[in-house]
Ligand binder design. Structure first.
Ligand SMILES: [Fe+2]
Length: 168
């Protein structure tokens, strides 16, 4: 293929994707590496943990995995479940926080990837805030390992609690 045809093809491709999608695609392939059953992820300032990891597990067709990591944040929302209302009560935090742990799993629900992640974050006073991760914007970097298992665990809604529990 001649150079001008390649350029035209590339421009058409960019046009189809949209520049934002292309930027997202480029960014995502630059920020993780896969080795056998492990994906090593680096997130940068401004990245959001839930959406970034969802993109990666969808792209890599991960069905079952464990997530472990650490990092730094300045803006995050965690929730604690109220068993009476069966709702998660969210709380927003802003400021300098080290993410002491990102811990979670990937399963599937209705065949689609389902990420369940908890985080714990500490501030300069040594105060620790932890809970069910709703959203977390990276303020420095994040280093996350996704360990993939050979299998599938689906989730189902538990009638008693309303929780999305493992289905065996
Ligand atoms: Fe949770």
């Amino acid at each position: 293929m001649k150079y001008d045809k390649i350029v035209r093809y590339s421009l058409n491709y960019i046009g189809d994707l949209g520049i934002k999608e292309l930027a997202k695609y480029w960014r995502i392939i630059m920020e993780y590496k896969k080795f056998n059953n492990t994906i090593v992820v680096r997130l940068d300032v401004g990245d959001e943990i839930m959406s970034s990891l969802t993109e990666i597990v969808e792209r890599e067709n991960v069905k079952l995995a464990q997530i472990n990591g650490l990092g730094g944040t300045n803006d995050f929302t965690i929730a604690v479940r109220n068993p009476e209302t069966k709702q998660y009560d969210p709380t927003d935090y802003k400021g300098r926080y080290e993410i002491a742990n990102i811990h979670g799993n990937v399963t599937t629900m209705d065949g689609k990837p389902y990420l369940h992640i908890h985080i714990g974050c500490g501030n300069e006073k040594g105060e620790y805030r932890g809970g069910h991760l709703v959203r977390c914007i990276i303020g420095a970097t994040a280093e996350i390992f996704i360990t993939i298992y050979d299998g599938v665990i689906e989730r189902k809604i538990d009638d008693k609690t309303g929780l999305h529990i493992f289905k065996f």
